[in-house]
Design a protein around this ligand. Structure first.
Ligand code: ADP
Ligand code: MG
Length: 253
C-alpha cells in the first residue's frame, strides 16, 4: 500500500549530559494524526527526546530533524511553537491566578501583542477550543479553582489555539484518577480524529494499548524498535522495555 509521509522524522539523535549518554543514535517518526506511544523505563530518554524535538535541548552534530517536509538543522522553542509542535509539560506551565480563558488564549495574545485586550474575544477563543475537545468549563474562573485533570485539558486547549499539528504529552495520566484518565483518553482520540498527531508517554501499558496505534520503545537511551500496537500485549511491551522475557520479568518482581 501507499506509505503515509511522516509528519515528523528524527534521525541520528545523540544527547549527552556530562558523562551520561541520554540518547544514543535515536530515530523517531510520527505520522500525521496518529496516536504514537513513546515507551521505556525510567531514565530511558523519553523526556530528553521530547526536549530535543521542542528545541529545549540541542542534540549533538549529525542530527536530522524533518518536520512536514522541512529539514530543521537547529530547532528552537520558537520554531517548534510556530510550526505547531506543542508540548504539554508535566508542570503544565499555566498561570493559576489567570482565568481559564486567559490561559487558553495567552499564546495567541502574546504573539500578536494587542494594545487592548478584548475579554469577549479571549472568551470566544477559549470556548471554541474547549468545544473542539467536547468539554465545557467555566472559563471565567481562575485556573487555580480547577483540579489537575481540568488543568491538563486547559493546556491541550491552549495547544489547539496555537494551531497544533502534533501534541506531546509526557506522562499526562500520572496523577489522574481512572475516570479522569478515561476522559483524557477520549480527548486524545478527539484530537487525533481532527488530524492532530499525539505522542503519548505513559507507564500504564493498558492505556498505551488502548489509545495508540504505534509504539516506539527506548531502552537506556537507545531505540529498541517501532511496533504496531494491534496484537501486542502488555507483557510484549514490557519485554521490549526491559530486554527480559516475560518469565524473567515475573521472577524479577
Ligand atoms: P525518561 O523521561 O525516559 O524517564 P529522561 O529523558 O528524563 O528519561 O532521562 C534520560 C537520562 O538522562 C537519565 O539517565 C537522566 O538521569 C539523564 N538526564 C536527563 N536530563 C538530564 C539533565 N538535565 N542533566 C543531567 N542528566 C540528565
Ligand atoms: Mg520522563
Amino acid at each position: 500500500g501507499v506509505k503515509a509521509q511522516p509528519l515528523l522524522s528524527l534521525r541520528g539523535i545523540n544527547m549527552t549530559f556530562g558523562g551520561v549518554k541520554a540518547l544514543k543514535n535515536v530515530s523517531f517518526e510520527v505520522l500525521p494524526g496518529e496516536v504514537h506511544c513513546l515507551a521505556g523505563e525510567n531514565g530511558s530518554g523519553k523526556s530528553t527526546l521530547i526536549k530535543v524535538i521542542s528545541g529545549v535541548y540541542r542534540p549533538a552534530d549529525g542530527a536530522e530533524i524533518v518536520f512536514d517536509g522541512e529539514t530543521i538543522s537547529h530547532m528552537t522553542p520558537a520554531m517548534a511553537q510556530s510550526r505547531g509542535i506543542q508540548i504539554i509539560w508535566q508542570d503544565l506551565a499555566l498561570f493559576p491566578e489567570m482565568s481559564v480563558a486567559e490561559n487558553i488564549a495567552f499564546q495567541t495574545l502574546s504573539g500578536s501583542r494587542p494594545r487592548f485586550v478584548n475579554y469577549a474575544a479571549i472568551r470566544g477563543i477559549a470556548e471554541e477550543a474547549l468545544a473542539r475537545l467536547g468539554v465545557t468549563l467555566d472559563v471565567d474562573r481562575p485556573l487555580k479553582d480547577f483540579a489537575i485533570a481540568q488543568r491538563q485539558i486547559v493546556a491541550i486547549a491552549r495547544a489547539l489555539v496555537g494551531e497544533a499539528r502534533i501534541v506531546f504529552m509526557d506522562e499526562p495520566t500520572a496523577s489522574l484518577t481512572q475516570s479522569e484518565t478515561d476522559h483524557l483518553l477520549a480527548i486524545v482520540r478527539t484530537l487525533s480524529a481532527s488530524g492532530v498527531a499525539v505522542v503519548f508517554v505513559s507507564h500504564r501499558l493498558a492505556e498505551v494499548l488502548d489509545i495508540s496505534s504505534r509504539i516506539t520503545v527506548l531502552r537506556d537511551g537507545a531505540l529498541v524498535g517501532v511496533y504496531p500496537v494491534e496484537g501486542m500485549t502488555q507483557s510484549d511491551i514490557t519485554e521490549q522495555m526491559t530486554g527480559r522475557t516475560f518469565d524473567q520479568n515475573v521472577r524479577a518482581r
